[in-house]
Design a binder for this molecule. Structure first.
Ligand code: FES
Length: 102
Protein backbone atom coordinates (compact mmCIF):
# COMPACT_ATOMS: atom_id res chain seq x y z
CA UNK A 1 0.00 0.00 0.00
CA UNK A 2 1.36 3.41 -0.92
CA UNK A 3 1.13 6.60 1.05
CA UNK A 4 -1.04 9.47 -0.16
CA UNK A 5 1.08 12.64 0.01
CA UNK A 6 -0.20 16.16 -0.59
CA UNK A 7 2.01 17.63 -3.33
CA UNK A 8 0.75 20.99 -4.53
CA UNK A 9 -2.23 23.15 -5.41
CA UNK A 10 -4.08 22.22 -8.60
CA UNK A 11 -3.54 25.80 -9.77
CA UNK A 12 0.24 25.15 -9.86
CA UNK A 13 -0.22 22.72 -12.76
CA UNK A 14 -1.61 24.78 -15.66
CA UNK A 15 -3.92 23.24 -18.22
CA UNK A 16 -2.05 21.16 -20.82
CA UNK A 17 1.33 21.55 -19.13
CA UNK A 18 3.57 19.53 -16.83
CA UNK A 19 5.39 20.39 -13.60
CA UNK A 20 7.99 18.47 -11.60
CA UNK A 21 7.79 17.87 -7.87
CA UNK A 22 9.82 15.88 -5.39
CA UNK A 23 7.60 13.54 -3.42
CA UNK A 24 9.26 11.51 -0.67
CA UNK A 25 12.56 11.59 -2.52
CA UNK A 26 11.06 10.66 -5.90
CA UNK A 27 10.87 12.96 -8.90
CA UNK A 28 7.24 13.02 -9.97
CA UNK A 29 5.89 14.80 -13.05
CA UNK A 30 2.33 16.05 -12.78
CA UNK A 31 0.37 16.89 -15.91
CA UNK A 32 -2.93 18.63 -16.41
CA UNK A 33 -4.72 16.91 -19.30
CA UNK A 34 -7.70 19.16 -19.91
CA UNK A 35 -8.43 19.44 -16.21
CA UNK A 36 -7.49 15.87 -15.26
CA UNK A 37 -4.30 15.62 -13.19
CA UNK A 38 -2.02 12.66 -13.97
CA UNK A 39 1.28 11.66 -12.40
CA UNK A 40 4.22 9.75 -13.87
CA UNK A 41 7.84 9.34 -12.89
CA UNK A 42 9.90 12.26 -14.16
CA UNK A 43 12.73 10.11 -15.50
CA UNK A 44 12.63 9.10 -19.16
CA UNK A 45 13.63 5.44 -19.61
CA UNK A 46 15.76 6.34 -22.64
CA UNK A 47 18.53 8.41 -21.03
CA UNK A 48 16.88 9.92 -17.98
CA UNK A 49 15.42 13.08 -19.52
CA UNK A 50 13.02 15.20 -17.43
CA UNK A 51 9.61 14.21 -18.78
CA UNK A 52 7.83 16.85 -16.68
CA UNK A 53 9.60 19.51 -18.73
CA UNK A 54 8.40 18.05 -22.02
CA UNK A 55 5.59 19.46 -24.10
CA UNK A 56 2.14 17.96 -23.68
CA UNK A 57 -0.16 17.36 -26.65
CA UNK A 58 -3.45 15.91 -25.45
CA UNK A 59 -2.33 13.10 -23.14
CA UNK A 60 1.03 12.62 -24.91
CA UNK A 61 4.21 14.10 -23.47
CA UNK A 62 7.34 14.40 -25.58
CA UNK A 63 10.66 14.04 -23.77
CA UNK A 64 12.64 17.28 -24.15
CA UNK A 65 15.92 15.42 -24.73
CA UNK A 66 15.37 13.07 -27.71
CA UNK A 67 11.64 13.04 -28.33
CA UNK A 68 10.41 9.75 -26.89
CA UNK A 69 6.70 9.99 -26.19
CA UNK A 70 4.47 8.64 -23.43
CA UNK A 71 0.79 8.72 -22.66
CA UNK A 72 0.70 10.37 -19.23
CA UNK A 73 -2.58 8.66 -18.33
CA UNK A 74 -1.18 5.13 -18.79
CA UNK A 75 2.61 5.55 -18.84
CA UNK A 76 2.77 3.70 -22.18
CA UNK A 77 4.65 4.77 -25.27
CA UNK A 78 2.17 5.19 -28.14
CA UNK A 79 4.69 3.73 -30.61
CA UNK A 80 6.81 1.23 -28.68
CA UNK A 81 4.90 -1.32 -26.58
CA UNK A 82 8.11 -2.17 -24.74
CA UNK A 83 8.64 1.39 -23.49
CA UNK A 84 6.74 2.72 -20.51
CA UNK A 85 7.10 4.82 -17.40
CA UNK A 86 5.69 4.30 -13.96
CA UNK A 87 2.42 6.06 -13.14
CA UNK A 88 1.28 7.14 -9.70
CA UNK A 89 -2.33 7.22 -8.53
CA UNK A 90 -3.31 10.79 -7.81
CA UNK A 91 -6.25 12.46 -6.23
CA UNK A 92 -7.59 16.00 -6.26
CA UNK A 93 -9.08 17.02 -2.93
CA UNK A 94 -10.44 20.53 -2.90
CA UNK A 95 -7.70 22.78 -4.26
CA UNK A 96 -4.88 20.29 -3.70
CA UNK A 97 -3.33 17.36 -5.50
CA UNK A 98 -2.13 14.30 -3.64
CA UNK A 99 -0.03 11.51 -5.11
CA UNK A 100 0.28 7.96 -3.84
CA UNK A 101 3.91 6.90 -3.56
CA UNK A 102 5.49 3.69 -2.29
S1 FES B 1 16.14 10.84 -22.53
FE1 FES B 1 14.06 10.95 -23.12
S2 FES B 1 14.13 10.59 -25.23
FE2 FES B 1 16.18 10.41 -24.64
Amino acid sequence: MGELVKVTAVSEVPNNEGRVFEVKGQQVALFNVDGKICAIENVCPHRGGPLGEGSLDGAIVTCPWHGWQFDVTTGQSPVNPAASVKTFPCKVEGANVSVEVE
